[in-house]
Design a protein around this ligand. Structure first.
Ligand SMILES: Nc1ncnc2c1ncn2[C@@H]1O[C@H](COP(=O)(O)OP(=O)(O)OP(=O)(O)O)[C@@H](O)[C@H]1O
Length: 630
């Protein structure tokens, strides 16, 4: 049986190449410059073994010229050029890549880096040009040819005149429309911007005539001069050797590239080989961008392949908890898709991302160890992101982040401590890592429950940010030590004897507590005796369940409908050593109505102490007045 070859509807295929694979028209210049760079690389490669070529690396260049009147944009190179056959094969056959063939046929050294591989980039010019002309003379040939096409009805090739070897591509731009101002591509600022954005690290100079205005003294007309300038930086800083670079150079690159006027906290520069080969230059900024904690902020690292920008913000390279990191990844072995806008398969990216995460973690750990002050400043700005990270990753980020976390503490007068430091100085009999939630350190210091813990000599972490408790609830423990809120029911401060005694007292007064609970049955699950109060009469405790009193406060403050409101299970705790306890017992014996009122008052007091609002302020005020006028 005969195997037949697929045929292609070439006109339609070309139309798809031009109009369907790129989301952004401006990339045409990147493609044309990359082709010019490939052509130069090929001749340069030949010149390494063939001295008759008579060109040094410094002699190669790509030139751009624009003519606003004629609406043309021209890109010329002094690379290898094309013969008539090559013109036919490479520009007349879709998906035929002369560059890929060259790469496959030659064992290229590190010094040569061919970009083209798909054989389609050239056609992207038809997104912006109504006609493209390619004037070319191949190395070793004395004939030049002119290839012409409008991107719709085929192409023509005719003999032409050209003095030097190389290729000149002239794009006659389409007419402007409402949506597309193609004439922009003749503007100096736009060309410069595109070269900087996509082709800054092409290894040969990209030159263009640039006009400068010279402002003279007052009253005189400004004059202008035109000079040929190199638009691209050529060698990327991340390809340089670490010890060739100064701190100033690193910082200058950061401030210019990422438009931050503040110098970064630190940088990470690495060259990585192995399953993934790539260069990385990452920066930890010292200030958060104004939109950092908003939905508009886009995380991501710039992704380059062979010096060509592939993505401005590759989000997959950074986990959310390190979303503040800025930087560049450059890898030659990425599997690009045909438009170079997306990555074909993300295995390579996943490996790079894992390594990137590890190296950021290591750098921050180093900073914490070696420059505490700097780390604390950094943590003030971005620490919140770590806590969100642990919470939002459902704990998968715990291992990475647990030792980078900091909380303020009672031991250090509100200074930051790490969990490692906390655990290292826990008292021998201390089972838990205690924390207390509240709006400020000052408010937490006034919580009734904190007194007794402080007396025991235990350290308490102040949790003043909304996310704090959510974070430690996901962590559950650190180094085998469980986190415990001082508002939890059982914070385990008493000796066995004290516990026994309290249990006895609780049972003796069970009926009274049941009566009191009924008075506020819609508000608390239990009323009981407290083991954690020292001088204060009452407090509220979270009684089991995932939602604590603090979490109830945070969650209910978010915009939502009433049906989604959450409620912590609460217990009202009474201090048996406070004189109010005796009073309550007396009322239970002979004035139950007043006991009901006192119970309501005590509950409202406990709410106020916790920083929660009371349900019925009018009733509260009336009860206080009644008491005052008794
Ligand atoms: N300026 C040039 N000088 C010499 N040859 C060129 C030039 N521009 C294009 N070519 C030839 O035309 C071929 C097709 O170019 P095209 O841009 O369509 O694809 P590519 O660069 O090979 O691959 P990709 O689609 O990945 O960019 C190239 O492989 C190269 O052989």
């Amino acid at each position: 049986m005969e195997t037949k070859q697929f045929k292609a509807e070439s006109k339609r295929l070309l139309d798809m190449m031009i109009n369907s694979i790129y989301t952004n028209k401006e990339i045409f210049l990147r493609e044309i410059i990359s082709n010019a760079s490939d052509a130069i690389d090929k001749l340069y490669f030949k010149s390494l073994t063939d001295t008759s070529i008579g060109l040094n690396k410094d002699d190669f260049a790509i030139n751009i010229a624009a003519d606003k009147e004629k609406r043309t944009l021209t890109v010329s190179d002094n690379g290898i050029g094309m013969t008539e056959d090559e013109l036919e094969n490479n520009l007349g056959t879709i998906a035929q890549s002369g560059s890929l063939a060259f790469k496959n046929d030659n064992e290229l050294g590190e010094d040569v880096d061919i970009i083209g591989q798909f054989g389609v980039g050239f056609y992207s010019t038809f997104m912006v040009a109504k006609e493209v002309q390619v004037l070319t003379k191949a190395y070793g040939s004395d004939k030049a040819y002119l290839w012409k096409s409008n991107g719709v009805d085929g192409y023509t090739i005719e003999p032409a005149e050209k003095d030097t070897v190389g290729t000149t591509i002239t794009m006659i731009l389409k007419d402007d429309t409402e949506d597309d101002k193609y004439s922009e591509y003749c503007e100096e600022w736009r060309i410069t911007q595109l070269v900087k954005k996509y082709s800054d690290y092409i290894r040969f100079p990209i030159k263009m005539e640039v006009e400068h205005t010279n402002y003279a003294e007052e009253g005189k007309e400004p004059t202008s001069t035109v000079e040929v300038e190199t638009l691209n930086s050529m060698t990327p800083i991340w390809k340089k050797n670490k010890n060739e670079l100064t701190e100033e150079e690193y910082n200058k690159f950061y401030t210019e590239k990422f438009l931050d006027y503040q110098e970064p906290v630190t940088h990470i520069h690495s060259h990585n080989e192995g399953i993934a080969t790539y260069d990385a230059l990452l920066y930890i900024p010292s200030k958060a961008p104004f939109d950092y904690y908003s939905k508009d902020y886009e995380k991501g690292l710039q992704l380059y392949s062979s010096g060509v920008l592939i993505m401005d913000k590759c989000a997959d390279l950074l986990p959310d908890w390190f979303s503040f990191v800025k930087g560049v990844i450059d890898s030659e072995d990425l599997s690009l898709n045909i438009s170079r806008e997306m990555l074909q398969q993300d295995r390579q990216v996943k490996i790079i991302a894992k390594n990137v995460e590890k190296s950021i973690k290591n750098e921050l750990t180093k900073l914490l160890k070696n420059d505490r002050e700097k780390y604390e400043k950094f943590f003030e700005v971005f620490g919140l992101q770590f806590k969100f990270g642990i919470y939002q990753s459902y704990g998968s980020a715990i291992e990475t982040l647990k030792d980078l976390l900091m909380f303020k503490s009672t031991f250090e007068d509100g200074k930051n401590v790490t969990l490692k430091e906390y655990v290292s100085r826990m008292k021998e009999d201390q089972k838990y890592i205690y924390y207390a939630c509240g709006e400020t350190k000052e408010r937490i210091d006034k919580l009734p429950q904190i007194e007794k813990i402080k007396d025991k000599g235990y350290e308490v972490l102040y949790m003043t940010q909304d996310v704090d408790e959510f974070c430690v609830k996901v962590m559950i423990n650190y180094d085998g030590k469980t986190f415990k809120s001082i508002s939890d029911a059982d914070i385990d401060l008493d000796t066995e004897e004290e516990k026994e005694e309290a249990k006895k007292l609780d049972e003796e007064n069970k009926d009274m507590f049941d009566f009191m609970q009924k008075a506020i049955s819609d508000k608390v699950k239990t009323v009981r005796l407290s083991k954690k109060l020292k001088s204060h009469p009452v407090c509220l405790s979270s009684d089991g369940g995932m939602i604590s009193i603090e979490m109830e406060k945070v969650l209910n403050a978010m915009p939502q409908n009433d049906a989604n409101r959450v409620k912590a299970e609460k217990a009202l705790e009474i201090n048996p050593n406070h004189e109010i306890f005796g009073k309550l017992k007396a009322l239970y014996a002979d004035d139950k109505d007043t006991l009901t009122e006192y119970t309501k008052l005590l509950y409202d007091q406990a709410l106020l102490i916790e920083g929660l609002s009371i349900d019925d302020p009018v009733e509260f005020a009336n009860l206080v007045c009644k008491l005052m006028t008794k």
